[in-house]
Ligand binder design. Structure first.
Ligand SMILES: Nc1ncnc2c1ncn2[C@@H]1O[C@H](COP(=O)(O)OP(=O)(O)OP(=O)(O)O)[C@@H](O)[C@H]1O
Ligand SMILES: [Mg+2]
Length: 373
């Protein structure tokens, strides 16, 4: 734990009756950064937010805030505010009164309230909307009122539970940008929840990928995209080709019945592995120029690129993103660089992955990978 650590979970377990919904979750949140909890429905994202906010208590383990255990500290004594998925605004109050609500409860002076509300509304680009009724605001504007209501209390941490899921794609993209900017300007810690991997990659300093009540991987968007730790993360973060293979020795992998140079090391000789290659890292070529040859099975136009899929001779399916088109039934080559090949130990856990990284030497790409920890 460093001085920058604001929240720390230490083996936090949450059970409802005998159901374990969070299992020994540990992580650290640093002050002033944008964090995202990413995972499928029911994996425990909202449960983590509720534990941080103080709406529920852990069954086992400890939650620290600025170095002190806060397991039993009630919600209203925490420097945390939440923006809920449905915004939970008061429909009978206008914009000003919605934002002022928390300050009135604190019995702040009228003039101070007016000033703080004005400032919060200016922050979310809603200056001049004070008198509007909530029912007269659009979805995106309501979302900004909800954020103004949370930041007016000057929390140290802002929790945002899927705040953009109700918006259409265009507005959502705009709000992603605005939220990110807002976090930078305010400099407070944001913990944002989403099940949308593109949103997580675009917005976060750090992402925690969750599945079934456990953190699968944590890291920067680039770490997680480029070096997924297991099949779940690779699959969940963007489309991937995942094929079975083995590591013949350091820097030499075998898959699809052929051998390929790669940049991975630290496996036992002939260890069974899974190979990941991103669709955008595959280039379509004439058959004789490819590292692999596939027979095209389907092709879809996706606006910016064609999504092409086909099978190699060993029966593996490959997905390719290409600006070139091809025809179903054609044989084409696939070319890729050694760096495009990512090797995962079969069913490897995060601890096993960490241990493997520690075992790496000073030279080679492995040392650089180790720095991300
Ligand atoms: N009060 C409760 N009593 C019993 N089970 C609960 C309770 N609250 C949540 N759960 C269960 O805990 C698990 C995690 O729920 P949680 O709300 O954290 O999921 P989530 O990741 O936020 O999902 P979503 O993306 O659908 O919002 C779910 O299986 C849910 O049914
Ligand atoms: Mg939820």
């Amino acid at each position: 734990m460093t001085e920058k650590t604001i929240i720390r979970f230490e083996n936090v377990t949450k059970k409802y009756d005998q159901d374990t919904v969070l299992n020994k979750v540990s992580f650290e949140i640093e002050r002033g950064k944008f964090y995202t909890l990413l995972g499928p429905s029911g994996c425990g994202k909202t449960t983590i937010l509720r534990l941080i906010a103080g709406f529920i208590e852990p069954t086992e383990g400890n939650i620290y805030f600025n170095g002190k255990v806060i397991n039993n500290v009630p919600a209203d004594k925490r420097q945390v505010n939440t923006v809920f998925q449905d915004y939970a605004l008061f429909p009978h109050l206008n914009v000003f009164e919605n934002v002022a609500f928390g300050l009135r409860i604190k019995k702040m002076k009228k003039a101070d309230i007016a000033e703080k509300v004005k400032e919060a509304l200016r922050f979310v680009n809603l200056a001049g909307y004070e008198e509007r009724e909530i029912s007269e605001m659009s979805g995106g504007q309501r979302q900004r009122v909800a954020i103004a209501r949370a930041i007016v209390n000057e929390p140290e941490i802002l929790l945002l539970d899927e705040p953009l899921s109700a918006l259409d794609l265009k507005l959502r993209t705009e709000m992603q940008y605005e939220l990110r900017e807002l976090q930078r300007r305010l400099g407070i810690t944001f913990i944002f929840v989403t099940h949308d991997q593109e949103e997580a990659l675009a917005m976060s300093d750090e992402i925690f990928v969750l599945n079934e009540g456990e953190i699968q991987q944590s890291g920067t968007p680039i770490d997680i995209y480029d070096e997924p730790i297991n099949r779940f993360v690779a699959d969940f973060i963007g489309e991937s080709n995942i094929v079975p293979g083995r590591m013949i020795r350091d820097f030499l992998a075998e898959f699809a019945g052929q051998q390929f140079e790669c940049v991975d090391r630290g496996f036992s000789p002939n260890e069974t592995v899974e190979i990941i290659i991103r669709p955008e890292d595959l280039e379509m070529t004439e058959p004789e120029q490819g590292n692999l040859v596939i027979k095209i099975d389907s092709q879809l136009f996706r606006g910016v690129h064609y999504e092409i899929s086909g099978y190699d001779q060993a029966g593996n399916e490959w997905l390719v993103h290409s600006t070139k088109r091809a025809a179903v039934g054609d044989s084409v080559g696939l070319r890729f660089d050694p760096e495009a090949i990512h090797v995962m130990r079969f069913g490897e856990t995060e601890e096993e992955f960490d241990r493997r990284l520690e075992g790496y030497g000073q030279n080679g790409t492995a040392a650089a990978e180790g720095e991300r920890q």
